[in-house]
Design a protein. Structure first.
Length: 389
């Protein structure tokens, strides 16, 4: 019995030990699994934390760059000086505003265009003068297509003008255009079709001094096909002197001066023309500083008067239409106007005739200056002449 009891206790101990081992093994496996999972989760957490920190740092960097770009966009980028010079020259040559106006425009747009300091009028003048010198030097070798009737010319028409003053002196400008312009371009002459080949300044100009300048240009560029000029006696004498020296070229009258010359030959000695001019002066003096000052006649220069006298005639015709036939109430605006008209109503016949003659000439002048010589302009000109006749 004692042996069986001992075996039973040993069996119990062995079974208990096996159970303990099994439980210990299970606990060990569970602990090892938990440690591995804890280590994996810790490593994943560290990796995610590092990625989050890197992303936040990158986001902050991008935000800083974005703020910097926004600040740069709000602050204009400074323009190079070359762009500033080009902009100033475009305002002067294309927009055609004065030197002071160019400076004021650039001052107003300085912040928007990124200009640190707008140039002054004298700076703009210097830029324009430098461009003019470069263009004049480049135009010295200019050659146009020669004409068969004048094979030994440079194929250019030279335009002469002395209407610009510089201080106490006067500027003689010589421009050149191709004699075949109307075969090469569809419209009339424009700024881009002419080239300045010479500019000279003197206190006064005579036929001899103008001829000397033209002779020096001919020595460099050759003889022109023709001269385009106004009716000035000094320019006419200069071309005659060149002709005496074997450098003759035909002369073409400027259309504006030609039209003015036609009107002058007809109306300069007209008996009512002097009365008309005197009446316009009297009306101007009576209308100024009154309620009817807006009806005062336009100013017309004494020199080259017939180039602008059509404006005076147009004004007179419109003013007379404001005073129809019939009585006017005393103290009314019409009565006051009639008192100021002086001898203007007596010139109605002259005004009507002058407007009829000048309208056709001025229409042809405008057509030639804007459209130029072309088949289309010829058809329009012919139809206009037929209507006038």
């Amino acid at each position: 019995m004692s042996g069986a009891r001992v075996m039973s206790q040993l069996s119990k101990v062995t079974h208990s030990r096996n159970q303990w081992k099994h439980k210990a093994k299970q606990r060990g496996d569970r602990d090892r699994y938990q440690r591995k999972q804890h280590a994996r989760i810790s490593a994943e957490r560290d990796r995610v934390t590092k990625a989050l920190n890197a992303a936040q740092a990158r986001l902050q960097q991008l935000e800083a760059q974005l703020r910097q770009l926004e600040a740069q966009l709000q602050r204009p980028v400074p323009r190079p000086k070359v762009d500033l010079v080009l902009l100033a020259l475009q305002l002067f040559l294309v927009v055609r505003i004065g030197f002071r106006a160019v400076s004021r425009v650039l001052s107003l747009l300085a912040w928007a265009l990124g200009i640190k300091k707008a140039p002054g009028p004298q700076t703009v003048i210097n830029w324009v003068m430098r461009l003019a010198i470069v263009r004049i030097e480049a135009a010295r070798g200019l050659k146009g297509l020669p004409l068969s009737q004048a094979p030994f010319t440079n194929g250019l028409i030279w335009m002469l003008d002395m209407s610009i003053g510089l201080g106490t002196g006067k500027i003689l400008a010589v421009l050149a255009c191709d004699a075949h312009h109307h075969q090469l371009a569809p419209g009339a002459l424009a700024l881009e079709h002419v080239h300045c080949i010479g500019v000279c300044v003197a206190d006064s100009w005579t036929g001899e001094t103008i001829a000397d300048v033209l002779k020096r240009l001919i020595a460099q560029m050759g003889r022109p096909v023709a001269y385009l000029k106004d009716g000035g006696s000094d320019l006419h004498k200069a071309t005659d002197l060149l002709g005496e020296q074997g450098l003759r070229s035909p002369c073409i009258d400027d259309i504006s001066h030609a039209v003015a010359g036609m009107l002058k030959r007809v109306y300069q000695d007209h008996p009512a023309f002097t009365t008309f001019l005197s009446a316009c002066g009297q009306v101007s003096g009576k209308l100024k500083h009154t309620m009817l000052a807006c009806l005062a006649p336009p100013k017309v220069r004494t020199k080259a008067r017939f180039m602008h006298v059509h404006r005076l005639v147009t004004w007179a015709d419109r003013v007379l239409k404001l005073s129809p036939a019939g009585g006017a109430k005393t103290g009314s605006t019409l009565a006051k106007l009639r008192v100021c008209l002086d001898q203007l109503p007596a010139c109605k016949a002259l005004i009507k005739r002058f407007r009829a003659d000048a309208s056709g000439l001025l229409a042809c002048q405008k057509m030639l200056k804007t459209t130029g010589l072309s088949h289309h302009a010829l058809v329009r000109f012919a139809s206009g002449v037929s209507r006038l006749s």
